[in-house]
Design a protein around this ligand. Structure first.
Ligand code: MN
Length: 454
């Protein structure tokens, strides 16, 4: 039997923190206690380190197709970046490919994800809201896919009628709807107005998606959740007004959940005033906002309105992908790299704002596991759980820079950000995959996680 003992760590879960030892056997946590007296093959001394459950990034995109046929970074590099950044489980948004069924799309995707360095599961982005898609939902649930992304904006947007139909079915099946909430029609109208006036630079990406276009759509998503009873996660909330609506809906007993991302908590719309095409690095949807939103969003992060912090990672390059749309901001691929730095950024800025360590764990690991059907296999440190563990040195410092990141992208939105605290060691099911901040694992060791209805 393979065994390992981690001694003297400061163990942190979503509900507790204490000093102790963790015994790992065959990839699972076998025991937790003070001064465990056992003989193991390997011992790690974790004195002075926090031990967190492995991060779960519940919103990422691998290999996203761009308009010129190129694709963003994939599992071969960015699953490693996730690991180095303290994430041991990802939930990847599989795109229903044009003209293909959900099942075909998933089976083609599974070929790529086999390479993963960490454990992974799928959500599915429904792009064709037709009967064929509708009728195969139960098949996907059987395969362990229990959450589906529905768009209210962009060219794959659903009508309210379609949203209502699919969310009603999710309620029956016990699935979760993840909603991209922005108003399609108004955004398209503003985009056309700007482009027709010759306003084609990345700045106008943000200007054509003003705050009310998110707030309106969140309100509509809440209404749909209320009417259908479908558990509804509002993805990547960027406005404090939108988050407030979600909190009010929760207070009324509506099954809505809130996700936000590091970039909405840390970056603001001044990034759209950069020289030349540079602002394209920050073209994502919804866009970065007025910094007035920080207080409301952070208060939701600290006090409970926010359920999940995810990266919404897209491994685009500035030198290639982001050059698309130089003549028309509508063609710039939406998204930015973030899988590697989510955990450290939220730790660092959370601590600065007085966040409890247990709340940090809840946001980056435990809640995503609970909401998406992975708990308690993932998302906590407890006997029987997978030994996905992060040994974190709170005394070390790091500076984020594209030059030494594992993410394949040629930039990071957080260039030169100084971070207190550093990931030292990462265990995936008891195997050391990161040591002293460096990746020491093997591609393809990640397991597919078949999720179950909660
Ligand atoms: Mn996304």
């Amino acid at each position: 039997m393979k065994s390992m003992l981690i001694r003297n760590g400061h163990i942190v879960t979503a509900s507790d923190q204490f000093k102790g030892d963790i015994l790992i056997q065959d990839g699972k946590i076998a025991a937790i206690g003070r001064d465990l007296k056992v003989q193991t093959l390997e011992t790690i001394d974790a004195l002075g380190k926090y031990i967190f459950p492995g991060g779960i990034d519940a919103h990422i995109h691998m290999e996203v197709p761009c308009s010129d046929g190129s694709i963003s970074a994939g599992y071969d590099t960015d699953s490693i970046a996730a690991a180095v950044g303290g994430t041991t489980t990802i939930l990847d948004y599989v795109l229903q490919e044009n003209g293909r069924s959900l099942e075909e799309s998933v089976s083609r995707w599974s070929e790529k994800s086999k390479l993963s360095a960490i454990d992974y599961g799928f959500h599915l982005i429904i792009t064709q809201a037709n009967d064929r898609t509708f009728n195969e939902l139960n098949l996907l649930v059987e395969q362990g896919i229990t959450s589906f992304k529905l768009f209210m904006a962009n060219d794959i947007a659903m009508t309210d009628k379609e949203l209502f139909r699919f969310m009603s079915e999710f309620k029956i099946q016990g699935c979760t709807a993840c909603i991209h909430a922005e108003n399609k029609e108004i955004i398209a109208t503003l985009q056309e107005q700007y482009v027709s006036q010759g306003n084609i630079s990345p700045t106008y990406h943000a200007k054509s998606r003003p705050e009310p276009t998110e707030v309106e759509a969140i309100n509509r998503a809440i209404t749909l959740s209320e009417l259908t009873g479908c558990i509804t996660l509002i993805a990547h909330i960027s406005t404090s007004r939108g988050l407030k609506l979600v909190q009010e809906a929760k207070d009324r007993g509506i099954p809505v959940l809130a996700e936000t991302c590091p970039h909405y908590l840390l970056l603001s719309e001044d990034k759209y005033e950069l020289e030349g095409h540079e602002s394209a690095k920050y073209v994502l949807s919804p866009p970065l906002r007025n910094p007035d939103n920080f207080e409301g969003l952070w208060s939701g992060v600290l006090n409970g309105a926010v359920n999940i912090i995810a990266s919404d990672h897209n491994g685009f390059y500035y030198s290639t992908h982001k050059q698309l749309g130089k003549e028309d901001f509508r063609k710039i691929p939406n998204g930015a790299p973030g899988i590697e730095h989510r955990f450290s950024l939220i730790y660092h800025h959370g601590m600065k704002r007085g966040m409890e360590l247990s709340r940090f764990v809840e946001l980056v690991s435990t809640n995503p596991a609970k909401i998406f059907g992975l708990y308690p296999q993932k998302g906590t440190i407890a006997p029987g759980s997978d030994a996905d563990l992060i040994l974190f040195d709170p005394e070390a410092e790091q500076v984020i820079t594209a030059k030494n990141q594992y993410q394949k992208s040629d930039y990071t939105p957080y260039e030169q950000t100084k971070i207190q605290g550093k990931i030292d060691t990462v265990l995936l099911r008891g195997e050391r995959i990161v040591y002293q901040g460096k990746y020491v694992g093997t591609l393809g060791k990640g397991n597919y996680l078949k999720r179950t209805i909660q």
